[in-house]
Design a protein around this ligand. Structure first.
Ligand SMILES: [Zn+2]
Length: 201
């Protein structure tokens, strides 16, 4: 008996050092408050880590809530709970939420799904254990936003192909290697040829 108590004490001491794992928690989503806040049975209020959905009263807020409700309500999720600060200032448990597959294993990262679906933006709260860049990569900027202003196609300094910016191969180009072109003539004139996957003109 005494051995067991010692073991439990040892485990309790080790817990704060436990590595971040997507299966630290598991439960059924009983309520969806808004896009980024849910209730999970046995874990109370869960605030999705490092993402921010619009408030319910703001444009996009009700749509974000609807998305989360459709994806998660009454479903089983896995939780990677924050082991650093744990709760936000409203007492909600900060967590990365994962869908559960039918076989019970860990599925897709829902924080990322929320961002990719356009219902949240990434906001790295530095007081938790998570680095959102480990689960989310910024998309290649689309024409009109920033350095590629007005440019239509993108290539890599390490290859001779040019792509539509949303091509799967364009997304793999490291940002420091991106070369942007105003059009096909510009790209071809610089020795680039069209990608065989996205077929730019
Ligand atoms: Zn392509």
């Amino acid at each position: 008996m005494r051995k067991w108590i010692l073991l439990l004490v040892a485990l309790a001491l080790l817990l704060p050092l436990a590595p971040a794992l997507p299966d630290e928690g598991r439960g059924i989503v009983t309520h969806v408050m808004d896009g980024d806040t849910i209730n999970v049975q046995g874990y109370g209020s869960i605030r999705l880590a490092d993402v921010n959905s619009p408030e319910l009263t703001a444009p996009g807020g009700p749509e974000a809530k609807e998305y989360t409700r459709n994806q998660l309500l009454n479903k089983s999720v896995h939780l990677d709970l924050d082991n650093k600060t744990g709760q936000d200032r409203y007492g909600r448990n900060v967590s990365v939420v994962f869908l559960s597959k039918t076989d019970g294993s860990v599925g897709e990262n829902f924080n990322r799904m929320l961002v990719d679906s356009g219902h949240a933006i990434v906001e790295d709260a530095k007081d938790n254990e998570f680095d959102p860049m480990q689960w989310w990569k910024p998309p290649v900027p689309l024409p009109g936003d920033g350095k590629n202003d007005g440019k239509k196609f993108v290539g890599s300094a390490k290859s001779n192909k040019y792509h539509y910016p949303d091509c799967q191969w364009a997304k793999k180009i490291k940002s420091e290697n991106e070369v942007w072109f105003s059009g096909s003539e510009d790209a071809r004139g610089k020795g680039y040829v069209p990608c065989g996957v996205c077929h730019p003109p």
